[in-house]
Design a binder for this molecule. Structure first.
Ligand code: GUN
Length: 279
């Protein structure tokens, strides 16, 4: 039976450390402000935005919420971002995704100043990560590294298989694992013999967005399994991309859903906000 990697506990630990750091920065005269922009009223985005604001309050930084109607134009949004880029009292800017269809996500991400890009989505942030220069790192993959390190999982020299190649999780995850000296494979929908590829993994990171896609058969005995997925069924029960009951029989350590990777994303966003404050 696998040991549980407790993301709830670890994220609380990180937020506690950040709260302390913010108090010290404030004593030295610094202030932190995160601008959170939401366009439209997608209920899931609303929950994420509320949780982000709550986390800011908890660690002691200000949050400024900008709620634009779904009818807001791309021009209006770009205008707001330009104002916030120029505003010295704002150190972090975040546009909650997805944005409505008439707004081009890439154009919006590119408009945020890389110095304030606390999501780590700007091409300059991604480029810096690629060549090992300082910059903001995408929060979910950064959170997974923290989960592994704080659970004493050795990464150096290990076989790591990442299932999924999104810009937000899979690709930056591969770069971070490479930085930690893992041997990295990125598998995706065109990968042949996915089961065999996954079975090579000492550390298996799953971000495919398909409910319980990875069964026990994909897991090498003793592997560490990280499940990024989150799915809600008609009874409001949450599950991940990994079939937990089977995986926990094979893995040595595993993240649950909920309470695994999820809480780490906001903790690492707060980490990036504190970094923005110290710049
Ligand atoms: N939508 C889903 N996840 C995220 C995230 O990490 N950041 C932003 N800005 N939007 C999201």
């Amino acid at each position: 039976m696998a040991a549980i990697i407790d993301g709830k506990r670890i994220s609380a630990e990180i937020k506690e450390e950040l709260k302390e750091q913010v108090a010290q920065l404030k004593e030295a005269g610094a202030e932190g402000t995160l601008a959170v922009i939401q366009v439209g009223d997608d209920p899931a985005s609303g929950v994420y935005v509320r949780n982000k604001k709550k986390a800011c309050e908890y660690i002691g930084i200000h949050s400024r919420a900008f709620e634009l109607p779904a009818s807001a134009t791309q021009k209006e949004l770009l205008h707001l971002i330009a104002d916030l880029n120029a505003d010295d009292s704002v150190n972090g800017i975040l546009v909650q995704l997805p944005v409505p269809d008439h707004i081009d996500e890439k154009t919006i991400i590119n408009a945020i100043s890389p110095d304030k890009d606390v999501d780590g989505f700007h091409p300059e942030s991604v480029g810096s990560l690629t060549i090992g220069q300082p910059g903001f790192v995408s929060c979910t993959p950064a959170g997974i590294i923290e989960l592994l390190k704080r659970s004493n999982v050795e990464i150096d020299g290990k076989e790591c298989v990442i299932v999924g190649r999104s810009n937000i999780v899979g690709k930056p995850m591969a770069l971070l694992m490479l930085r930690e000296n893992a041997t990295v494979t990125v598998a995706h929908s065109h990968t042949r013999n996915l089961k065999d590829v996954c079975k090579r993994a000492d550390i298996l990171i799953v971000a495919v967005g398909k409910k319980e896609f990875i069964t026990g058969e994909y897991i090498k005995p003793g592997a560490v399994v990280i499940d990024v997925g989150i799915h809600r069924d008609e009874n409001n029960k949450l599950s991940g991309d990994v079939k937990y009951d089977e995986a926990e029989q094979k893995a040595s350590m595993i993240t649950p859903v909920p309470g695994g990777v999820g809480p780490m994303t906001i903790a690492m966003l707060m980490h990036n906000c504190v970094e923005a404050m110290t710049r």
